[in-house]
Design a protein around this ligand. Structure first.
Ligand SMILES: Nc1nc2c(ncn2[C@@H]2O[C@H](COP(=O)(O)OP(=O)(O)OP(=O)(O)O)[C@@H](O)[C@H]2O)c(=O)[nH]1
Ligand SMILES: [Mg+2]
Length: 345
């Protein structure tokens, strides 16, 4: 049997709902097994039906607890749920010790739920690309909702959050100062803001701060006090994006409080995306970003494979010795012309 036909068999099994085949294929996708690409190619035409929801936020805010509670609520409505939890790599994520981190045990044994934890360390070929492929497999496998949990710190995590149709940013009261910077970076990608741990002191403060930040962001986007014409121009330029008001929802994930409200907000946002046509824009942006990222990666890999293995290190050394400047080095590497004494042809 050729590799192609065994991958075809695996893809067909995934499409027919075979959970073991699904787990096996995802492992191959994670390992970037070359023949997994065959299966992904087959599955692609079966994707596009799932609602993809990103859940992101600072370490320990309660993302996993929320995902767990949301998944249970979705199951109660009869929807199937795929969960991808991307384990943190960032130094910030030492926040919650491993034993303290929520395991999604409530969902174990339910065949309508599939949970996958992905180790972000040492992920070959880029974490965002791999997560994108895992989500694609779950989409093709027919899960109605796919929840993707990432710690909202670092470029690739933000990139992952952007793959979602709806991005939920989770905050909580009583976080340390180091977390404020993380928050600033991810607030702007929020479609829905959640203040979890609303049972803790200071929750109302967090809600007020977030509302103020949202209000400020909104005013900056729409031109604010710069006069009617500026506002009109901004509204004209971006009529769709500003028609959604980001809600701030309080939850106590561990007690399943506020989950119905969160679910209602998710439904509203999905409806908004469809009614305004923004879903098409988002998907186009997503495809473009993904294509460019993969192309960049492939071109770089091809270029480096075509050059002698020491070319890169030699170039670095020459730049360090001030014999070569980075711009000239790039041109020389592209033209495969590093042999000439002045580093240029
Ligand atoms: N008091 C209170 N504790 C909560 C709530 N939600 C989660 N927790 C606790 O907060 C801790 C961290 O929760 P997780 O759900 O693991 O948080 P997380 O954001 O997924 O954490 P990382 O994935 O490590 O970034 C756990 O001990 C939870 O039991 C809540 O609403 N109220
Ligand atoms: Mg977690």
């Amino acid at each position: 049997m050729s590799a192609t036909s065994s991958e075809q068999t695996l893809a067909t099994a995934v499409l027919s709902g075979d959970r073991r085949a699904l787990a096996r294929l995802i492992t191959r996708v994670e390992n970037r097994a070359p023949d997994a690409l065959e299966a992904l190619a087959i599955l692609h035409s079966h994707t596009g039906r799932a609602a993809i929801v990103g859940v992101t936020g600072a370490p320990g805010t309660g993302k996993s607890s929320l995902v767990n509670a949301l998944a249970l609520a979705l199951r109660r409505r009869g929807q199937t749920v795929g969960i991808v939890a991307v384990d943190p790599t960032s130094p910030f994520s030492g926040g919650a010790v491993l034993g303290d981190r929520v395991r999604m045990v409530d969902l174990a044994g339910d065949s309508g739920v599939f949970i996958r934890s992905m180790a972000s360390r040492g992920s070959l070929g880029g974490l965002a690309a791999t997560t994108g492929d895992v989500v694609r497999v779950l989409d093709a496998a027919g899960f109605a909702v796919i929840l993707v949990e990432t710690v909202g710190a670092g470029q690739s995590e933000v990139e992952i959050a952007r793959m979602a149709h709806t991005t939920v940013v989770v905050d909580a009261p009583g976080l340390g100062d180091e977390v404020q910077a993380i928050k600033a970076g991810i607030l702007e990608i929020a479609d829905i803001l959640v203040v979890n741990k609303a049972d803790r002191p200071g929750a109302q403060n967090t809600v007020r701060t977030l509302r103020a930040m949202l209000e400020l962001g909104h005013r900056l986007r729409t031109g604010g006090h710069h006069g009617v014409r500026a506002v009109a121009a901004a509204v004209q330029a971006e009529p769709v994006f500003d028609s959604w008001t980001v809600p701030v929802i309080e939850t106590v994930a561990t007690e399943h409080k506020g989950i119905d409200e969160l679910l209602a907000a998710l439904d509203r946002h999905q409806a908004h995306l469809r009614e305004t046509g923004e879903i098409t824009d988002r998907e186009r942006q997503r495809v473009e970003a993904e294509l460019l990222a993969r192309l960049r990666e492939a071109l770089l890999a091809r270029l480096l494979a075509e050059r002698p293995p020491e070319a890169l290190e030699k170039t670095i050394q020459r730049i360090l010795r001030r014999e070569l400047d980075p711009n000239t080095a790039v041109r020389a590497l592209l033209e495969d012309d590093l042999s000439s004494p002045d580093g240029k042809g």
